[in-house]
Design a binder for this molecule. Structure first.
Ligand code: NAD
Length: 514
């Protein structure tokens, strides 16, 4: 296939060269079809046409992948390699990802509708995730405890076994790397089940891992629907862990389905994160940041600051300037480097987001966007949409939309700002804009959020905990916490002197049998 000529780069679709016509599973070092031969359609979000068929994995395919991962764990070298040996392989993976970043971004953009410049940034972050966990495992220390004259006790860290990794469709490749890197670094073997809307970039992992020297069976990939392939992975007896990123309602279901086999679970779920802007904030910086915070990645971002709470003294000014910026955002062909908001991932998601926009028209005052952009009559395009004066009871205030839609609400005091911030079921991220240090830290400590940024949008430090509270998740990954999740920490106790042991049954031993 060749690249479509681009007469008008804002609308003409770019089709990457050499697209595969079908995507298979990758099990035990081989590309394979589903055992029953079943496939599902994959659409691109600009034409909404099916451009490939992906193998639709079921229970039997998951069984096969888990068996391969189990064999590689029990009999293969991977869990026993020295940290330095795994570190070298992980760094090779990072090198290969970096060397293919433009191809990765091109495919990711085509499959997901993310703007190309942002997809490129995500490809580089994927490489960085591998480098980071490669560094961590060689620097890993474990605890030893001394009880003077009596005991030395130490922690024997061991990989947990087979990890099931289930990922969503927003920034697919990067989010897969966020799970693959620490799982492999820890010595686990894995079965990855990527999102069915966006399987294209995940299919590249197989060759990358092979080239980097990952032994067969360590990495296995099964495509398929969540309720089939994902469900079978969650319920499998021989899978010790599930790391899941996705919607809160799916997380709840997985939690219940994993209970009978008592799996370790890491749940990164939905969000409806507040950005609180005080009158004493640097308003220019706050506007740049809150515009980027909700409209980057097409608004399909778990940590999006999708509720902006603004102090009444600057509310009108903020709203006017914010709406103007939103109206000026360039929506268009995801492959165009000038594009700021591309096409939403899938027509089903487009219907969900535009449905919320219609609801918002009843609940708030529309000051920007509100539907499809002119001149983009097909494809999943939505104008950056701003609702103001949104009450806290509104659905667009309470529910995750996961698109380029923001709700703005005024407040009059620090107490009211905090109450509004916490008055939703989610608790993933929060952003606070103020020049008052005391207020910033006081608020940060009281907000129900796993992560808080003061005077910034989401800029990650990979060493810090990542995750949410309330309906936004369970367990925090990030840095050593991720390695802990994929490891067992066994306590080994060594006695240095004879141990006092109560002599049960010894006092009348001489009379026994007399
Ligand atoms: P989703 O829950 O629909 O699907 C996520 C994954 O789960 C997919 O691979 C899907 O096939 C699978 N799945 C679905 N049903 C399943 C089942 N019954 N058993 C096992 N697996 C199943 O989520 P989505 O629509 O793909 O992604 C968007 C959501 O992800 C949003 O809510 C967003 O906030 C969240 N998200 C959270 C984070 C975070 O770090 N907290 C990051 C990115 C996205």
């Amino acid at each position: 296939m060749t690249t479509t000529p681009t007469e008008d780069s804002t609308t003409a679709q770019h089709v990457p060269a050499d697209l595969p016509a079908r995507i298979q599973h990758f099990i035990d070092g081989e590309f394979v079809d589903s055992l029953d031969g079943d496939t599902f359609d994959v659409l691109d979000p600009v034409s909404n046409q099916t451009y490939l068929q992906a193998a639709a994995g079921k229970q039997a395919d998951i069984d096969r992948a888990v068996a391969a991962a189990r064999r590689a764990f029990d009999e293969g070298p991977w869990p026993h390699l020295l940290p330095r040996e795994r570190n070298r392989i992980l760094n090779r993976i990072a090198d290969i990802v970096e060397s293919r970043d433009s191809r990765l971004a091109e495919l990711e953009t085509f499959d997901s509708g993310l703007p190309i410049t942002q997809a490129l940034g995500q490809a580089r972050r994927a490489a960085e995730n591998f480098r980071f966990f490669a560094d961590l495992i060689v620097a890993q220390i474990d605890d030893t405890y001394k009880v003077p004259g009596k005991q030395v006790n130490y922690v024997n860290r061991k990989p947990k076994g087979v990890a099931g990794l289930i990922t969503p469709w927003n920034t697919p490749f990067m989010l897969e790397s966020w799970k693959l890197a620490p799982a492999l670094a820890s010595g686990c073997t894995v079965v990855l089940k990527p999102a069915e809307f966006t399987p294209l970039s995940a299919s590249l992992w197989a060759d990358i891992f092979r080239e980097a020297g990952v032994p067969d069976g360590v990495f296995n990939l099964v495509n398929g629907l969540g309720e089939e392939a994902g469900d079978a992975l969650v319920k499998h007896d021989d899978v010790q862990l599930i790391s899941f990123t996705g919607e809160s309602s799916t997380g709840q279901l997985i939690f219940a389905n994993a209970a009978p086999t008592l799996k370790g679970l890491s749940m990164e779920l939905g969000g409806k994160s507040p950005a609180i802007v005080f009158a004493d904030a640097d308003l220019d910086a706050a506007i740049d940041s809150t515009v980027f915070g909700v409209f980057s990645l097409n608004g399909e971002r778990c940590t999006a600051g999708s509720r902006i709470l603004v102090e009444r003294a600057v509310y009108d000014d903020f709203v006017t300037r914010y709406a103007e910026r939103a109206e000026n955002i360039r929506v268009g062909n995801p492959h165009d480097p000038e594009t700021e908001v591309g096409a939403l991932v899938h027509p089903e998601h487009y219907d969900k987001v535009t449905g919320y926009i219609e609801i918002g028209k009843q609940e708030g005052r529309l000051v920007a966007g509100g539907g499809r952009p002119e001149g983009l009559e097909t494809g999943n395009y939505v104008r950056p949409t701003v609702f103001v004066d949104v009450p806290r009871t509104a659905r667009i205030f309470q529910e995750e939309i996961f698109g380029p839609v923001v709700a703005i609400t005024p407040f009059d005091s620090d107490e009211e700002a905090l109450e509004l911030a916490n008055d939703v079921k989610y608790g993933l991220a929060a952003y606070v804009w103020t020049s008052d240090l005391e207020r910033a830290h006081t608020l940060a400590q009281s907000i129900d959020a796993g992560m808080v940024w003061l005077n910034s949008h989401n800029v990650r430090d990979l060493r810090t905990p990542f995750g949410g509270v309330k309906a936004s998740g369970l367990g925090h990954e990030g840095g050593y916490r991720s390695l802990d999740f994929y490891s067992d920490q066994q306590a080994v106790h060594i006695s240095l002197a004879p141990v006092h042991t109560p002599k049960f049954g010894a006092s009348n031993a001489s009379t026994v049998g007399a």
